[in-house]
Design a protein around this ligand. Structure first.
Ligand SMILES: [Zn+2]
Ligand SMILES: [Zn+2]
Length: 581
């Protein structure tokens, strides 16, 4: 038990009080205690035991709340809360996870329409029973539809960048402590999925108990869930679970293969082993003698590295990003996938003119320092008011500034461009005679991201057919774990892009990763080129490149399919050809 338990306790109080219609003063008071506990550097649980009177001296904690904390710490529960819980259907608070839905709306749904959980909300929506409910217009009802679909897919998974930070700091900690000889992260993180369940680490350690002890006591561990000689699991302060498995050195490859997955890929590999009279598991590849004896008593045919294992199965090694639901002959020995080192151009970047934090010259210098041969400056267009989008006058002046910056920095081609808004009807935010003066046009949707699917598709198809557009930027506008974005008929958008010669962007920001892997694969199959862009806004903006590259790799893209991986002459010719130059 710790301060975070007290935070949760009072948050629950606040939510339940509001749902039961308590007066707002009481709701606020409880929310305030939660915030005070969260901000406190004092161990409140310890204080409640040692000096309970001192609790109410803490800012934000009144006498009544202090008594609740003491009751909670000494008995493990608070009677008043148990009582409150009986007044509210258990599934009701989950509705608060819907974007844009607060306690007031939830209370209305419950009191006026008898909705008690997500399932009953879904059927009420399907039956049109929310009609006439105050504050629930068509737009809000559409948001509820989207929100439910979204909640169902996003539960319990964290963004890849959050998981990667945790994995890398754990690995660094264990390496610096000198307690592991080999260590890698496995699982969906190694396969480069956009969201991750748990972080899986596989390691070799001469002294396993020491390694486990170091793992369980590393900074950021909130709770040790289980610990043993071969496996420990911890929950980090940000809620991510990390599992460490320690395996014998000779079985490292087999364990890494097994814990990297996917499950479907492993099933295919095991089937292949069976066909050959062999048996594959996390210890290695063995002759199948029909016995269920412990595997490690027998000498494996292969186990030390993944490559050895694939070879012993008559296969070439498979890139982890390709190990999904796909036949083995499609993924083993696949043509080389695009790498971060292949990327030599950034075609989507913002400066202080719109919502970037780098002035033009610094942006150009940083792109050059990264070894890029080309940078496109693409600030926002005039309709993106919150992003300080450029008026036509400002845009025309920026073209001159870009020419000047290119000459001043030297050694890098700098393109004058724009990230022009695709307006709600698919038209663009600048007239054609203005767009024609730019070297490169990225067209992106930013507003009206909850359009009906047919309208959204027509909108993007129209933009893709625009003769002055080079790249469709973050085509769906989705945010990972944030908002679903446009529901496009991606086949139609890709067909339009192919017809008109437009590239589709994989926006590399880990919050976007838009196009997503499946759609990027559809684009490749249709012969539509991809652009992997960082959508640079700040000094560290180029650092997200790896996430975008990983999406392209999951789609099976080689450098040939990615325009930023082309050499300067080829890329510039492609860009100029869109202008008939
Ligand atoms: Zn954008
Ligand atoms: Zn942008």
């Amino acid at each position: 038990m710790g301060n975070e338990d007290i935070v949760r306790l009072f948050e629950e109080f606040a939510v339940l009080l509001e749902l039961t219609g308590a007066n707002s003063f009481r709701v606020l008071a409880n929310a305030k205690v939660a915030r005070a506990a969260e901000a406190s550097t004092i161990d409140l649980v310890h204080l409640a035991r040692s000096d309970p009177k001192a609790l109410s001296n803490i800012d934000g904690i009144g006498g009544g709340s202090a008594a609740k904390i003491v009751e909670f710490v000494t008995t493990g529960a608070v009677k008043e809360l148990i009582e409150l819980r009986t007044q509210v259907p258990a599934g009701l608070p989950a509705l608060l996870g819907l974007p844009g839905v607060g306690p007031k709306s939830v209370r209305l749904l419950w009191q006026e329409r008898g909705i008690v959980d997500l399932a009953s909300l879904e059927s009420a929506l399907a039956e049109g029973r929310l009609q006439g409910l105050a504050g629930f217009g068509p737009k809000k009802i559409q948001n509820l539809h989207d929100g439910i679909a979204f909640l169902k897919t996003a539960v319990g998974r964290v963004r890849i960048d959050d998981a990667l930070v945790v994995a890398e700091s754990a690995i660094t900690h264990l390496r610096d402590a000198g307690v592991v000889d080999q260590i890698e992260f496995a699982g969906s993180l190694r396969r480069g999925k956009e969201t991750i369940g748990d972080v899986d680490l596989v390691a070799v350690a001469a002294n396993a108990p020491r390694a486990m002890e170091s793992f369980c006591s590393m900074p950021g561990v909130a709770k040790v869930l289980v610990t043993g000689p071969t496996k420990s699991s911890v929950r980090m302060e940000d809620g991510i679970q990390v599992d460490l498995r320690i395996v014998p050195e000779h079985a490292f490859g087999a364990a890494l293969l097994y814990f990297t997955g996917s499950k479907e890929h492993n099933v295919l590999l095991r089937g292949r082993a069976q066909q050959r009279g062999l048996r594959l598991n996390e210890y290695g590849l063995f002759e199948d003698d029909g016995l269920d004896a412990p595997q490690d008593r027998r000498a494996p045919l292969a186990s030390r590295t993944e490559k050895e294992l694939y070879e012993a199965l008559g296969l070439a090694w498979a890139e982890p990003e390709l190990r999904e639901v796909r036949p083995l002959d499609e993924v083993c020995g696949h043509a080389p996938l695009v790498t971060v080192a292949d990327i030599r151009a950034e075609l989507h970047a913002h400066t202080t003119e719109s919502d970037g934090s780098m002035p033009l010259l610094e942006l150009v210098q940083r792109a050059k320092d990264r070894g890029f041969h080309t940078l496109a400056v693409t600030d926002h267009s005039r309709s993106s008011v919150q992003a300080n989008g450029l008026s036509i006058d400002r845009l025309l002046r920026q073209i001159d500034a870009v020419r000047e910056a290119e000459a001043r920095v030297g050694g890098i081609r700098v393109l004058a461009g724009s990230e022009v808004d695709i307006l709600v009807d698919g038209s663009l935010d600048y007239p054609d005679d203005v767009l024609a003066q730019l070297d490169l046009v990225v067209a992106s949707p930013h507003a009206s991201l909850r359009q009906a699917p047919d309208l959204a598709t027509a909108r993007l198809v129209r933009a893709a057919r625009h003769p002055l557009v080079h790249i469709l930027g973050h085509p769906t506008g989705r945010l990972v774990n944030g908002r679903p974005g446009l529901e496009l008929d991606m086949h139609a958008v890709i067909a339009a892009a192919r017809e008109s010669g437009v590239a589709l962007e994989i926006n590399a920001h880990p919050a976007r990763l838009d196009l997503r892997d499946l759609h990027a694969r559809m684009a490749i199959e249709a012969g539509v080129p991809l652009a992997i862009d960082c959508d640079v806004h700040a000094r560290d903006g180029f650092d997200v490149l790896g996430y975008g590259v990983q999406v392209a790799r999951r789609a099976g893209a080689g450098p040939e399919q990615v325009i930023n991986a082309w050499d300067a002459a080829r890329l510039h010719a492609w860009i100029a050809a869109r202008r008939g130059r």
